[in-house]
Ligand binder design. Structure first.
Ligand SMILES: N[C@@H](CCC(=O)N[C@@H](CS)C(=O)NCC(=O)O)C(=O)O
Length: 203
């Protein structure tokens, strides 16, 4: 299978899971540049010209959480990185898995857009501060959730930690993680001890 990846982007989540699963894969690192992501060839794989994209034999998928769910269904039969469908934790797992992108990533993207991604003339200090405020609100709730707990779901590392952990780490790199969130900082440090995350961050 082949992953299309930009260093540091959301495709880091997929790379992290591929490494945790110990799968054989090829990775194509693309520049984070509209010329590469909007090329005719790449738009055949992702109609919106974004990463990640995963091609597994005849199946082509985009969107990091969709790809993660696909990999878990097809390649995590032993339930090493997700609770089984019958487990009382399964619903909670799905909620955190999706929350990490659909809700938590929104203010982090807003911060990145208004810090450096948008052309200078389109950046807004108000929108930057709004993103920071929203992220801080979510971070404090996560801080309470992770106080006295190593991982989000059932005290076992799961793919929900990959999605949420990537997002919290991205916020920290942007200087948006509140200093007082000690449990959240310890959580990221714990995740960074994992060789699979180290590999994904450095690819
Ligand atoms: N919800 C999607 C978001 C994909 C996305 O926005 N990817 C960014 C990288 S983090 C991208 O490719 N941006 C390039 C662009 O929009 O030009 C996912 O989780 O995969």
């Amino acid at each position: 299978m082949k992953l299309y990846h930009c260093t540091g982007s959301r495709s880091t989540r997929v790379l992290w899971l591929l490494e945790e699963l110990g799968l054989d894969y090829e990775v194509e690192v693309l520049p984070f540049d509209p010329k590469a992501l909007r090329s005719d060839d790449f738009l055949q794989l992702h109609p919106f010209g974004k990463v990640p994209v995963l091609v597994d034999d005849t199946v082509t998928l985009f969107d990091s959480v969709a790809i993660i769910q696909y990999l878990l269904v097809h390649y995590d039969e032993a339930n090493r990185f997700h609770p089984s469908h019958e487990s009382p934790h399964y619903g909670e797992f799905l909620s955190w898995l999706h929350f990490g992108e659909s809700t938590l990533m929104q203010p982090v993207s807003q911060i990145a857009q208004h810090l450096f991604l948008l052309p200078e003339a389109e950046r807004s200090k108000e929108r930057l501060e709004e993103g920071k405020r929203i992220f801080e609100h979510y971070a404090k709730i996560l801080e309470a959730k992770l106080t006295g707990k190593e991982y989000l779901v059932g005290n076992q590392f799961t793919a929900a930690d990959i999605v949420v952990g990537y997002t919290v780490n991205a916020a920290d790199q942007l200087g948006a993680l509140p200093q007082e969130c000690e449990a959240l900082r310890a959580y990221i440090e714990r995740l960074k001890q994992r060789p699979a995350f180290q590999k994904a961050l450095s690819t």
